[in-house]
Design a protein around this ligand. Structure first.
Ligand code: ZN
Length: 671
């Protein structure tokens, strides 16, 4: 799915504390099971009552606090949309108020959407359909790229791993439809078959007869599978050795040897770059092999389907609903969201920074910013102390690590400099002839142009990769920065009415988690300026690898409700971050005399989660974070102070012998 791909891209340039993990069936029926003891299942014990009273909403595949806060934020922003829509006022052309109210008016007028059909995108689709040869097909792709639809020859702009002062163009595999992880796992066949049916239904809707559409769907799926087989796995996207492949202009032309790549690059304004980076070399070789005159029919069908799929949310309702039904099949939800909610979600994503400004002005608690700054400073000091206490690191390496902590940038709430993308986004009111799809295409085109212009301007370290209304956080190795959007600074993560211990177990642990990414398996390979630059001695990094291997094995001993083991390799970097986080906040709480039980119980609370079996399977295959119960229990079982706090002793399920506890940053002498 395109969405999965976007998350991978994000993981490429930064590590995200993204909506994570899953819970076992036992937990989703908490009310019917016996409450476990804290010494047997800490996560289950702490969250027992909470999860017994929560249910997964019918429109969702999961319930957790990310969802709950997102609903709160959505309610606040929907209130703003209603006010604007019902005010009866006319807003100045180009103002946020005008754009939001006019775009929402287009989105919610379903009759108009149905009447307009695909008119706005038809010229693009016709150009693909009528292509008589590869050159003409490539021209069609080039036009689509201008509106942000680059599904086959995909590239993006990133800070250069080897020189964070510069931006680079990075090429990746194509849109992999349902995704590599599903396609390669026999137990996901049911979903893959459903996806083939979905492709067929979309093609039928676009005018093909059922039989033809069925054959085309098979061919499109087979094409995507062949390429997906060569694509990188999520964990490989953490490893610069795998994804950072430098290509000269001539080498890139040779890689795409079956098409006129020189012409394509020229149309993209990218014909004279110093170098290019190819993330997924083998996948692109496979794509190139498929780019033949003989394959033109399947290439055209693939492109048509991806465009319809990408634009379905803004198209006639029949397209939107087909896409929604497929998404529901994947996440196990049973009820469609309302038309109003869908319209809001789409408009919010198209005008995310317009909403971001309004949200930050109206709802951000400025006092929280100061509290978080203080907490970050305390945690960073503690981190330094822990690193300096390691007996396996040399003074020179410790000095480098300390420098990285001292120079780490912090962003809280909302950007100091708002992105100027709003100046380039225009929405035409329905009464002036604007339709939902035509406005959407115009917005996508302007966004594409904005991204290109920003690329040409060079690195902008003020840029945010999340909006203020997003309930999330991230570490960006290219800028050596940690970022906490406004919306995550709420309970249970942070609240001035919670105890300091609870805040340390909530936002404190989230902060320490993000800081830990500076020293996770891949983060540790970047220096304080964000450049890939191995600053460890060989012996030290070998030690790091040994400790990592122990962590991989340790997590592999944990299972989910189906009995399937956690993938310790896929989740390694996130587990290193969780372990480092709890070690650090434990030390801070001890020094401040805060209650450790408050710290640990809130760490369990923030990961409370219910999810459908469908989503549980999805996460086990694709999520770089461990499942929620494991994030809580595996981490705490490796924290010595946790044992004293709860009287955990040998024989308890939460008990792990001291020699078997894992960490990169150890509080005792090297194990
Ligand atoms: Zn993380």
């Amino acid at each position: 799915m395109k969405n999965n791909k976007a998350i991978q891209k994000l993981a490429l340039v930064m590590v995200v504390l993204v909506l994570v993990s899953l819970t076992g069936c036992a937990n989703s029926q908490a009310g019917k099971t016996i409450k476990p003891s804290e010494s047997a299942d800490f996560y289950g014990a702490i969250n027992y009552d909470l999860l017994a009273e929560k249910t997964i909403p019918a429109t969702e595949g999961e319930w957790d606090y990310f969802y709950e806060l997102d609903e709160k934020t959505t309610g606040q922003l929907q209130g703003i949309v209603s006010e604007l829509s019902n005010s009866g006022k006319t807003y100045p052309q180009g103002s946020s108020e005008q754009k939001i109210s006019d775009l929402y008016a287009c989105a919610i007028d379903l009759d108009a959407r149905n009447a307009q059909g695909l008119t706005a995108v038809t010229p693009y689709l016709e150009k693909i359909e009528s292509a008589r040869n590869l050159d003409e097909y490539l021209e069609g792709l080039s036009d689509l790229s201008a509106i942000g639809q680059s599904s086959l020859i995909r590239y993006g702009y990133y800070q250069d791993d080897m020189n964070s002062e510069a931006l680079m163009v990075g090429f990746e595999s194509m849109d992999a439809l349902i995704g590599k992880e599903y396609m390669e796992d026999p137990s996901m066949q049911e979903y893959c078959d459903a996806y083939k049916g979905y492709i067929q239904d979309m093609l039928v809707l676009s005018g093909e007869d059922k039989e033809t559409a069925g054959k085309n769907a098979e061919a499109v799926y087979a094409f995507a599978s062949a390429v997906a087989a060569q694509a990188l796995s999520p964990e490989e996207f953490y490893d610069p050795e795998r994804y950072y492949n430098v290509y000269s202009y001539d080498q890139l032309l040779a890689l795409y040897g079956n098409i006129n790549m020189a012409k394509y690059l020229e149309t993209q304004g990218l014909g004279s770059e110093d170098h290019y980076v190819v993330f997924e070399v083998e996948a692109i070789k496979q794509i190139n092999a498929m780019l033949t005159e003989e394959n033109l029919p399947v290439l055209k069908e693939y492109t048509k389907f991806v465009v319809l799929n990408d634009l379905a949310d803004y198209a006639p309702v029949a397209y939107r609903d087909l896409k929604l039904e497929m998404a529901m099949k994947l996440d196990g939800s049973t009820e469609k969201k309302t038309d109003q909610r869908l319209a809001f979600d789409e408009v919010e994503s198209l005008l995310e920074w317009e909403f971001g400004k309004i949200y930050a002005e109206k709802y951000f608690n400025e006092k929280a910013k100061q509290d978080i700054k203080t907490m970050v400073a305390t945690i960073i000091e503690e981190y330094k102390a822990i690193i300096n206490a390691q007996d396996w690191m040399s003074p020179a390496t410790k000095a480098k690590a300390t420098l990285k902590l001292d120079t780490m940038d912090l962003k809280i709430g909302y950007p100091d400099q708002w992105p100027t993308i709003g100046d380039t986004l225009q929405v035409t009111a329905p009464q002036d002839g604007g339709t939902y799809l035509s406005n959407t295409l115009a917005l996508m085109k302007a966004t594409r142009q904005y991204d290109y212009d920003e690329y040409k301007k060079g690195v902008n370290r003020e840029q945010w990769y999340m909006t203020p209304q997003e309930v999330n956080a991230y570490y960006n190795p290219a800028n050596n920065e940690i970022v906490f959007p406004a919306a995550i600074l709420q309970a249970p993560y942070f609240d001035e009415n919670q105890s300091n211990g609870q805040n340390l177990g909530g936002i404190g642990a989230v902060i320490a988690h993000e800081i830990s990414h500076a020293f996770d398996k891949s983060g540790s390979l970047y220096d304080e300026k964000g450049n890939y630059n191995v600053w460890w001695t060989e012996a030290e990094y070998q030690k790091y690898d040994e400790l990592s291997q122990k962590i991989i094995d340790y997590y592999g001993n944990y299972t989910i409700s189906t009995g399937e083991p956690v993938n310790g390799t896929l989740t390694l970097s996130e587990n290193i971050a969780d372990l480092g986080a709890l070690t650090t906040v434990t030390a801070v709480a001890e020094k401040q005399g805060e209650s450790l039980t408050d710290v640990y119980s809130n760490w369990a609370t923030i990961w409370a989660k219910l999810s459908t079996p469908d989503l549980e399977k999805n996460y086990l295959l694709t999520d770089v974070h461990a499942p929620a119960p494991v994030r809580v229990n595996a981490v705490l079982s490796s924290i010595d102070a946790f044992y004293d706090s709860y009287g955990i002793k040998e024989g308890d399920k939460m008990y792990v012998a001291p020699d078997n506890r894992v960490a990169i940053w150890q509080t005792n002498a090297t194990k």
